[in-house]
Ligand binder design. Structure first.
Ligand SMILES: Nc1ncnc2c1ncn2[C@@H]1O[C@H](COP(=O)(O)OP(=O)(O)O)[C@@H](O)[C@H]1O
Ligand SMILES: [Mg+2]
Length: 317
């Protein structure tokens, strides 16, 4: 009798202690459901909004219990967007506990989560970002409206706390809304351009792969309702001139490399008359089958389960 091949045990971690909790739950559930059951034994773990770690049966297990579950798995697959997840926190936990994990390490996670620091890194490698300044609760009172701006938390996601401010009276409420989610806020010039997302994947052989880019067609800011209301208008492959596609790809690769990312990252741009302007980098991008990243890989002929398989096989060890 042949012994059945052993399946890889993958701990899929979802939820998280931040405003993107529900979005992470959706991504994690999709990932858990799509990992090929012939190759993978999925062990779901959930982090509650209050930080409680729970097992498959949603029983509270505490951090020590979670570490034990993780130690019993071959690979951890963190699918927690935002602070205390995507920002390198879960990568750090895996590093300290000696657990192989999918995706970027501590440093790229932390830097990419910080939209201000990301601008500094982008500038250092010659990639444009929106001119902007950093505002804190202590300095917000000095802010004066001079022209239309976008106000957003330095570290959040899912468009939460992001406002387009087109008149003076809206500046203060926008700052307050963003400061409710982070103690640092960006006040940025409004960039006029098409929104184009580029995915970069480090394959198991170490090479970098960039599938066709995706365009988001949004009426103004791509806000929370437009993202998750079920009718986001994504065009993939984005309609691009050869020179535009090349500039976007090169900029995405340069940013991925400068940050030192692993696994898959989604590098989001505005395509302006002067070329690509980097908006942000997501080291744990939305991962439902209908999210941008899986759709870009599907356009390159890589199915969602194949993408997940590639990510697990490329885990940090
Ligand atoms: N400087 C900007 N100019 C124009 N639109 C912007 C600017 N910054 C953000 N936006 C719009 O707001 C959306 C959300 O902002 P983003 O920085 O991507 O935050 P999140 O991390 O929440 O996705 C973007 O997808 C874009 O539509
Ligand atoms: Mg965004």
């Amino acid at each position: 009798m042949r012994t059945p091949p052993t399946r890889t045990r993958v701990a899929v971690i979802g939820g998280g202690q931040n405003c993107e909790h529900d979005v992470s739950l959706a991504s994690a559930a999709s990932v858990a459901g799509a990992l090929d059951p012939a190759a993978y034994d999925v062990v779901p773990i959930t982090i509650g909004r209050d930080g409680t770690w729970r097992d498959r049966g949603l029983r509270p297990i505490g951090l020590c219990g979670a570490a034990q579950v993780l130690r019993g798995c071959d690979v951890a697959f963190p699918v927690v967007h935002g602070p205390r997840g995507e920002d390198g926190a879960l990568a750090a936990l895996c590093e300290l506990a000696g657990i192989a994990y999918v995706g970027s390490g501590v440093r790229p996670g932390a830097i990419a989560m910080d939209k201000w620091t990301t601008k500094l890194v982008a500038a250092a490698v010659g990639i444009a970002t929106a001119p902007g300044r950093l505002v804190t609760a202590a300095t917000a009172g000095h802010e004066r409206w001079t022209h239309p701006v976008v106000v957003k938390p330095v570290a959040a996601g899912s468009s939460l706390g992001v406002s387009l401010v087109t008149e003076p009276g809206l500046l203060r409420p926008a700052l307050e809304e963003a400061l409710a989610l982070d103690d640092r806020v960006l006040v940025e010039d409004v960039v006029a351009g098409r929104e184009i997302d580029v995915a970069v994947l480090r394959r198991t052989d170490g090479s970098l792969f960039v599938p066709p880019a995706l365009e988001i067609v949004a009426d103004g800011v791509f806000d929370h309702e437009a993202k998750y209301g079920g009718h986001a208008d994504f065009r993939v492959p984005a309609r691009l001139e050869g020179v535009e596609a090349k500039a976007l790809k090169e900029a995405a690769l340069a940013v991925y490399d400068a940050l030192g990312c692993s696994g898959v990252a989604r590098v989001d741009f505005f395509l302006t008359e002067d070329g690509p302007v980097l908006n942000e980098v997501n080291t744990v991008p939305g991962m439902t089958e209908h999210s941008q990243v899986p759709r870009m890989f599907a356009a390159a002929g890589m199915s969602y389960p194949e993408l997940l398989d590639e990510l697990v096989r490329g885990a940090h060890r």
